[in-house]
Ligand binder design. Structure first.
Ligand SMILES: [Cu+2]
Length: 551
């Protein structure tokens, strides 16, 4: 991809534009997409730290049978908040709101998103939603203890602070809808001349598919949670069986959003991996169009499988058969991506720098998550493992191993461009391996004991599960050590790291590697021109002749 890049001397970067850009006000009221991306990054990481702390405490409690550090009520509240924070305040905003906001306009050659002020509003809603979730901990009545799924009838009966938690999820939904709206419009309206659909970077395709789910599916959970609030306040009898309501209806409405929501979480991470693999293999990506369309296919098929979360509620055999079949089908477009990533690496000149390490970590962990998702689609197996810790292991492999590692891969890939600072590559690798080993020690035992019958969300357990819990808890300590090494490395780089204005440190081809480091306020001082495909790498063919590889 060639474009007339902006001269990288004597310009003002978005970090300190026209001298007034330093005060807090110039950040929290900024409509610049890059600054809004950083606002999301900072707030998201603070919430992540809270979520990790809750995870650490849960594991500590489970290190031995019986009471360790907390009582059962506190344990229920902590796993509820851990779920709400990690899903709505880390994994869902992680890639679209942070890296989508920062890089989407640059990747399509635009100065900003279509609606910059709406974009700022989405961050404010994110902040307010997050604070509501945290405040619910301290209000009289105690934090919500329902689990992040707010299942009926318990969520309309419990006396804990479900209302602020529900309201938090409702407000955060709007933040997500506004981000989706902005991205769909930006991709349709602000692409530079020459950037046709099949010249768009694959991260942009992933944001596009995700944005449609954000816009179309999120309102459904918004209305559903609002109905729970009204049911608690006025006892309408929509969901509560004691009032003539239908608790299974609640589950359908909840999962009609929450299953597609797992694709809001994972598709952008897949988009980041599609950006990193060709750069570190220095090869044109294998099967560009298949990868682009598989993002759309996942979004479409992913909207038709929600009831695979409900195989034990007693629906008809036909319905179970259909949802089981659709669940198998939705695995195909994900498998296409994994196949194409591995094919791109094949015979590539691989540079094992930290972004690629995290991308490989993603592929390994996501594949375990994906396969264990596949077997859950089989009705007989599902009956056996529903609501066990096998399920907890599965979604941590796809959500943390997948999206979490996708976020860390994006951070290691784009950090130099975002901040104009270099981080220590060796320390980054230590952080990766510590995190990777801790991750598998923490979550893999949950598969084994779940298969053996260990229920999820239980405060206590039978002695035969002790060894698995012990290993898992030690794993959580190693994982947290990995997080400390990784974030410590970034913070040191920000405060004391070597400055860099290197425009293209990894040898990328997409537009962000054509603008100065860190980018100027308006990204481009002249509209770039797009003449070729996004990942155009010169490769030696079998006769060792240099050839341009076609997409
Ligand atoms: Cu699902």
């Amino acid at each position: 991809m060639t474009s007339k890049s902006v001269s990288s001397n004597n310009y003002e970067s978005y970090l300190e534009y026209n001298g007034k850009g330093r005060g807090l006000k110039s950040w929290i009221f900024s409509t610049d997409h890059k600054r809004i991306g950083l606002l999301y990054l900072i707030t998201m990481l603070i919430f992540f730290a809270v979520g990790v702390t809750f995870g650490f405490l849960m594991r500590l409690e489970l290190i031995a049978p019986g009471k360790t550090i907390m009582d059962p009520q506190t344990y229920n509240a902590i796993f509820t908040l851990h779920g709400i924070i990690m899903i709505f305040l880390f994994i869902i905003p992680g890639l679209p709101a942070v890296f989508g906001n920062f890089f989407l306009p640059i990747l399509v050659g635009a100065k900003d998103v279509s609606f910059p002020r709406l974009n700022l509003l989405s961050w404010w809603l994110f902040l307010i939603g997050g604070l509501l979730a945290i405040i619910s901990v301290f209000l009289p009545g105690g934090p919500a203890d329902t689990g992040w799924t707010f299942y009926i009838p318990y969520s309309v009966r419990t006396s804990t602070n479900v209302f602020p938690a529900l309201l938090a999820a409702f407000v955060l939904g709007f933040s997500s809808i506004l981000t989706g709206l902005n991205f769909v419009t930006t991709i349709h309206r602000l692409r530079v001349p020459g950037m046709t659909w099949f010249k768009m970077p694959l991260f942009v395709w992933s944001l596009y598919s995700t944005a449609w789910i954000q816009v179309l599916a999120t309102p459904i959970v918004g209305i559903t949670l609002l109905l729970v609030i009204l049911e608690r306040a006025f006892g309408f009898g929509i969901f509560d069986p004691a009032l003539g309501g239908d608790p299974v209806l609640y589950q359908h409405l909840f999962w009609i959003y929450s299953h597609p929501a797992v694709y809001i979480m994972i598709i952008p991470a897949m988009g980041v991996i599609s950006e990193i693999i060709p750069v570190f293999a220095q090869r044109t990506i294998f099967g560009y169009k298949f990868i682009a369309f598989s993002s759309i296919a996942i979004a479409l098929f992913g909207s038709l499988v929600w009831a695979h979360h409900m195989f034990t509620v007693g629906m008809s055999g036909t319905a179970m058969f259909v949802f089981s079949l659709l669940t198998f089908l939705v695995a195909i477009p994900s498998a296409i991506k994994v196949f194409n990533w591995v094919s791109t690496l094949y015979k590539g000149s691989i540079a094992t720098d930290p972004p690629l390490l995290y991308a490989l970590g993603f592929i390994f962990l996501f594949s375990i998550g994906g396969f264990t998702g596949l077997i859950q689609g089989a009705l007989s197996v599902n009956m056996h493992i529903h609501d066990t810790s096998f399920i907890v292991a599965h979604f941590h492999y796809v959500m943390f191993g997948g999206t979490g590692f996708g976020i860390f891969a994006a951070l290691h890939f784009w950090f130099p461009k975002m901040f104009g600072k270099k981080y220590n590559l060796q320390k980054a690798k230590y952080g990766f391996w510590t995190l990777f080993i801790g991750f598998n020690l923490l979550y893999f035992p949950l598969f084994v004991m779940g298969w053996l019958g260990m229920p999820r969300r239980y405060y206590d357990y039978l002695p035969e599960y002790h060894i698995y819990h012990l290993v898992s808890t030690i794993g959580s300590w190693i994982l947290i050590l990995g997080l400390i090494i990784m974030f410590g490395n970034f913070i040191y780089a920000l405060l004391k790291g070597e400055k860099t204005s290197e425009v293209n440190p990894w040898g990328g081809e997409t537009l962000e590697w054509h603008v100065p480091t860190p980018p100027p306020l308006e990204n481009f001082d002249e509209i770039p021109t797009i003449e070729t495909d996004p990942y155009q790498y010169v490769q030696n063919n079998s006769d060792n002749v240099l050839v341009k590889e076609a997409n």
